[in-house]
Design a protein around this ligand. Structure first.
Ligand code: SF4
Ligand code: SF4
Length: 275
C-alpha cells in the first residue's frame, strides 16, 4: 500500500513524490543474496552519491590518498540547481558501465561500501532548510521492477534496516555533512561563491589536503584549538572529518565555531576562511 506523508513531502525532490514514504517503524520486505536472478546486475550504470565518510573509507581501504581516490574514482557533475558540489562514484568506461568495485561474489568493498549502497532499497531526502527547524530526513522505498529482493520474505522496518546496514553507527560521523548541506543559510536560494565551494570540497572530500592545510599553513597561528584536538587532527581521520564540519560552519556561514587568536586579529589575519 502506498502511503504518502503529506506533511513531509512538500519541497522534496520531484522524483520522490510517487514513492512509498516510510516512517521509521514502518515495515517493508527485502533480501539481497547470491542466487537471485538479478544478483550483481544492479551495480552498473548507476548514480552512487558519495558522502565524505564514503570517500574517506574507500580511499583508506584502497590504500590511496584522498586526492588520488577523487581523481581516479569520482565525478563531480555540475548542475545549476545544486548549491553545493556532489560527488558520484565513477563507473567503468565500458559497455556495462560496471562499478569498479564489483567482484564475482558481489560487492568487493562490502565493509566500506558507500552510504547509497547500504541504503538501497531505501532512499532518503531532506526537506528544504527552514529557519529554526532541524530538517528531519524522509525515507522512501524504491520500487524497481528489476530487483527480485523485493519479493523475499525477510521483513524490516526503516529503523532495523538502518541499524543492520551500519548506517545508524555512522550517523555520528555523517551528521556534520548533512547539517552543512541543509543549512538554513541556503534559504531563499543563496549561493556560495566559488572560493567557499572549493573550501567545502577540500575539507569534506579531500581530507589529506585539509590536514596539510591545517598543519602546513598559518592555520594554527590564526585559530586557537585545544592541544589534544590538534594531536587528534594530526593522525585521526575521523576526528579530522568531524572537525571539517565545525570549521566549515565558520568558513562558509560565519558561525562562531572557531576562536580567532587575538594576535591574528591584531595582525589582520582573521579572514573568515583562515586561508
Ligand atoms: S560499491 Fe559495491 S554495492 Fe556499491 S555499486 Fe559498487 S559493487 Fe555495488
Ligand atoms: S537488484 Fe536488488 S536484490 Fe538484485 S542484486 Fe541488486 S539490490 Fe540485490
Amino acid at each position: 500500500m502506498t502511503q504518502k506523508n503529506k506533511g513531509t513531502t512538500d519541497g522534496l525532490p520531484y522524483a520522490m513524490r510517487d514513492k512509498r514514504i516510510l516512517q521509521k517503524d514502518q515495515k517493508f520486505r527485502f533480501a539481497c543474496h547470491a542466487g537471485l536472478p538479478c544478483f550483481n546486475t544492479c551495480c552498473g550504470d548507476v548514480n552512487i552519491l558519495l558522502t565524505p565518510l564514503d570517500v574517506l573509507r574507500l580511499s583508506r581501504s584502497r590504500g590511496l590518498a584522498t586526492g588520488e581516490f577523487l581523481s581516479r574514482h569520482t565525478l563531480s557533475p555540475f548542475t545549476k540547481e545544486l548549491h553545493l558540489p556532489v560527488l558520484l562514484l565513477k563507473m567503468n568506461d565500458d559497455e556495462d558501465k560496471r562499478c569498479p568495485f564489483l567482484a564475482e561474489q558481489g560487492c568487493g568493498v562490502y565493509g566500506d561500501r558507500p552510504w547509497s549502497c547500504r541504503m538501497y532499497p531505501l532512499g532518503m531526502g531532506l526537506p528544504p532548510a527552514r529557519a529554526g527547524v532541524e530538517p528531519e530526513p524522509v525515507y522512501f522505498l524504491f520500487a524497481d521492477d528489476f530487483c527480485a529482493g523485493r519479493d523475499e520474505s525477510t521483513e524490516w522496518t526503516v529503523q532495523t534496516w538502518l541499524a543492520d546496514q551500519g548506517i545508524t553507527a555512522r550517523e555520528n560521523l555523517e551528521e556534520g555533512y548533512r547539517e552543512i548541506v541543509s543549512h538554513p543559510w541556503f534559504i531563499g536560494g543563496r549561493q556560495l561563491e566559488p572560493r567557499r565551494i572549493e573550501l567545502f570540497h577540500m575539507a569534506f572530500y579531500n581530507l589529506d589536503k585539509f590536514r596539510e592545510f591545517i598543519f602546513d599553513s598559518t592555520f594554527l597561528d590564526r585559530f586557537e584549538l585545544e592541544d589534544d584536538l590538534v594531536e587528534q587532527l594530526r593522525d585521526g581521520d575521523e576526528a579530522l572529518l568531524k572537525f571539517a564540519s565545525r570549521w566549515l560552519r565558520f568558513a562558509l556561514f560565519a558561525e562562531p565555531t572557531m576562536k580567532v587568536r587575538e594576535s591574528a586579529s591584531e595582525a589582520g589575519l582573521s579572514e573568515q576562511d583562515g586561508s
